[in-house]
Design a protein around this ligand. Structure first.
Ligand code: SF4
Ligand code: SF4
Length: 306
């Protein structure tokens, strides 16, 4: 029937208008601000910071990770991370926000900061009576103004706050159990016999390569010593020395059969002239132990490097 919807609407309006004189349930308006309608649990306005315990400063859950600051679309969160750490509500050393400001004149109540926070540290408030004539003085809230207790969180969002508390309790219990297991494992390891530990470590360690094995050294391991005095200029009976007084390789190089480094095949090895005085030639009678340690060390190092 034409106009049936209009008649139904008028009937409902008349029922509420007349019924409000006899039943408060029929009242659809209240005398705000003296009277207020309870806000739905899902309502939200601007963010606040949750703290545990009674001291807002030490109980803040925020660890200044700055994820919310990065994710906030209008960039109205300003955080300065602390240089030091202090214990949080459960005694764990954490960074904290030395500064945490939110410009609520810019905030668009999108709740993204709440969604991205890994520490359940920031939640949406239901407070909406924030009008002021001081745009910059009153609408830039600092961390003290933003801090509200976990009890307050339970008042404004009871279901959500209970779920968060349960989850945090489970996570803390799991972390404590893990720490206890790690401590028990460390104690058991410390109590194990030292010999068994050493033997196990030795078995696990790969065999060290043979050090100083002459046959393993390449032919190019001994470069020409540019500072050496030419053998031809050394008088017979003297030992060739470089400017620092250290015997040169040319003067002290042992014969090929005593030193497996094949000097004869080395492209840059010092050459000896059979016609020159014997003092510059290697002394075949000298034992290996007579070789200068410097030469041994250099030869080993160069061989390892190649
Ligand atoms: S509710 Fe949205 S706009 Fe407001 S501070 Fe959080 S992320 Fe930024
Ligand atoms: S409120 Fe949460 S996301 Fe933002 S800095 Fe603190 S811990 Fe990080």
């Amino acid at each position: 029937m034409l106009g049936e919807g209009i008649l139904k609407g008028l009937k409902e309006t008349a029922r509420n208008a007349l019924g409000s004189f006899v039943s408060e349930e029929r009242l659809t308006t209240v005398e705000y601000p003296e009277q207020r309608i309870p806000l739905p649990e899902a309502s939200r306005n601007f963010p606040f910071l949750v703290y545990d315990g009674t001291d807002w400063e030490s109980g803040l859950r925020c660890v200044a990770c700055q994820i919310c600051e990065k994710e906030c679309p209008p960039k109205c969160i300003y955080i300065d991370k602390s240089k030091d750490k202090k214990p949080d509500a459960v005694g764990k050393q954490q960074f904290y926000p030395a500064r945490f400001d939110i410009d609520i004149s810019v905030c668009m109540s999108c709740q993204i900061c709440v969604e991205v926070c890994p520490f359940e540290a920031i939640k949406m408030d239901t407070e909406f009576e924030l009008s002021t004539d001081d745009r910059f003085g009153e609408l830039l809230l600092d961390r003290k103004e933003l801090a509200k207790s976990n009890e307050y969180y339970h008042q404004v969002h009871p279901t959500e706050a209970t779920e968060v508390d349960d989850r945090l309790a489970r996570e803390r219990a799991a972390a404590e159990a893990k720490a206890k297991a790690a401590a028990a494992a460390a104690a058991a390891k410390a109590a194990a016999p030292a010999g068994a530990t050493t033997a196990a470590a030795a078995a696990a360690k790969p065999a060290a390569p043979a050090v100083g094995t002459p046959a393993a050294k390449p032919a190019t391991a001994v470069p020409a010593n540019t500072s050496a005095v030419p053998a031809s200029e050394i008088p017979a009976g003297e030992t060739a020395k470089n400017p620092t007084g250290t015997p040169t390789k040319a003067a002290t190089a042992p014969p090929a059969e005593q030193n497996a480094v094949p000097h004869a095949e080395a492209p840059r090895a010092p050459k000896f002239d059979a016609a020159k005085p014997d003092a510059a030639k290697p002394d075949a009678a000298k034992p290996d132990a007579a070789k200068p340690d410097v030469l041994k060390a250099e030869t080993r190092k160069e061989g390892d490097a190649s």
